[in-house]
Design a protein around this ligand. Structure first.
Ligand code: SF4
Length: 454
């Protein structure tokens, strides 16, 4: 089967496995009290570094494809109240834990984190550093929108110690940009990329989206070439999820044709081929990195990790999520904050925290989570590692799942013997499909809407 046929075969709906169990399994009985309990239980007295995610939901204008948790406003006085809530939430989390924690990773996402002005950026970061220690070599990253981020903000971020940036790009075609309400020239993106490099940011990422209105194989080929010419260190090529029932604003684009599934597959296949022919390697699913980038080098060293922000080289023994909709991974549990900004601020003002749902992992969940993480980050699952960790025989526990791997094996996606499952280079592209075999919840009835695996 050639690459295009394989992609067609495995293009199905499925989780991205930033968590296991995935969010549709989480329940709203876990709120602030259980969150407090888990923070204490999992982190108090522990010294292993953890990660911190901060969500800033504001954007000045709506991109019609957007699937993020956002609040559109041009009113920058709105930042102050939200910033106060973020700082209060950080302080409450730290007071609850009671012993000082070290961060190996800080990520600001959104929304548009640079909606905050330079003073607000400083205040938030300094409040973080007052509350936590930063591990040497910590990854400190931020998502930036080249259309609204200023050089002064970038300098401020770099001076504060931020070392990674991710630039939203999506597509360079001007007609597509008009329809999605996001005009962003190549020149602007190029200048921002170069400026970030000159300041010393590394591991610079571009986010692209395929499946948008008016995109065709031909138009996107041009975007691919333009992106490759700019040479970002990392590229994420996401499949657009058109879910107007969840994101009503996406309906605005319905009057324009979107590429059908055949064309999407052709666009993705082109992306894979172009990137891999021009010095990029597949990191897994829809992520690519230059062969020289630490993200790619980490695969060989088995030091690639994955959390809610995607792939990283920094391992955290857990993650605290701060801000509206932010997710935390705390010991054997996940928690998510209230999504809407105002109710989030109200909850923080009343209780210091804002968790509204979560999930406590069972023993079986813990084992399956470990398996999925091994496959998605190390691309190898050694049965003896499972035995050492869980004192059980992998072959006996997962005989049904192992019997379902033979087709992947015939297609060159993986090899499986009595010792291990080994994902091939090609197989990294289909890693979500392999992980789905070990997901015990997929067989259960669900209302969940997942994105396409490819
Ligand atoms: S800038 Fe990003 S988060 Fe904001 S509306 Fe556009 S896509 Fe959504």
């Amino acid at each position: 089967m050639d690459l295009k046929e394989l992609i067609k075969k495995y293009s199905t709906s499925g989780p991205r496995y930033t968590s296991y169990p995935t969010a549709p399994q989480w329940v709203e009985t876990f709120k602030v009290d259980s969150y407090r309990e888990q923070l204490k239980k999992s982190f108090t007295g522990k010294t292993e570094p953890i990660a911190l995610y901060v969500h800033i939901p504001f954007c000045e204008a709506l991109c019609y494809y957007c699937g993020c948790n956002i609040q559109i406003t041009k009113d920058h006085s709105r930042s102050r109240i939200y910033l106060d809530a973020l700082i209060r939430e950080i302080q409450t989390a730290v007071e609850t834990i009671g012993t000082r924690q070290t961060l190996s990773q800080i990520s600001w996402g959104g929304g548009t984190p640079t909606f905050f002005n330079c003073d607000e950026i400083k205040q938030l970061h300094l409040a973080t550093l007052q509350a936590f220690d930063l591990a040497p070599g910590a990854e400190v990253s931020i998502e930036i929108d080249p259309r609204v981020t200023t050089r002064e903000q970038l300098k401020t971020l770099r001076d504060l110690g931020f070392n990674r940036v991710s630039l939203g790009v999506q597509d360079f075609n001007t007609e597509v940009q008009k329809v999605i309400n996001r005009i962003q020239s190549i020149q602007l993106t190029d200048e921002m990329l170069k400026f970030c490099r000159s300041l010393g940011f590394s591991g610079i990422n571009f986010d692209l989206i395929y499946g948008l209105p008016l995109q065709t194989v031909e138009t996107f080929k041009k975007t691919l070439k333009e992106v490759i010419a700019l040479r970002p260190d990392r590229i994420a090529l996401y499949n657009y999820a058109h879910l107007p029932s969840l994101r009503p604003h996406q309906k605005i684009m319905d009057k324009h044709p979107r590429p059908d599934s055949e064309e999407r597959l052709a666009i993705f296949t082109d992306g894979y081929t172009e990137f891999t022919q021009h010095g990029y390697r597949s990191i897994g699913m829809d992520h690519f990195a230059l062969e020289t980038d630490e993200l790619f080098l980490a695969i060989g060293k088995e030091k690639l990790y994955r959390n809610f922000m995607g792939y990283t080289v920094k391992r955290g023994a857990g993650m605290i999520g701060i801000g509206a909709s932010a997710i935390g991974e705390i010991g054997g549990s996940y928690f998510q904050n209230i999504r809407e900004t105002k109710p989030y601020e109200d909850s923080v003002s009343q209780t210091g925290l804002a968790a509204f749902r979560g999930c406590l992992l069972s023993q079986e969940d813990t084992e399956r989570k470990w398996i999925i993480q091994q496959l998605m980050c190390k691309f190898v699952l050694r049965f003896k590692d499972y035995q050492v960790l869980f004192h059980k025989d992998f072959g006996k526990e997962f005989s049904k799942e192992l019997s379902l791997l033979s087709e992947f094996q015939k297609e060159g996606i993986l090899t499986c013997d009595s010792q291990a499952i080994l994902i091939s280079d090609l197989g990294r592209l289909f890693i979500r499909n392999v992980a789905m075999i070990f997901d015990a919840y997929l067989a259960l009835p669900t209302q969940a809407t997942y994105s396409k695996t490819l």
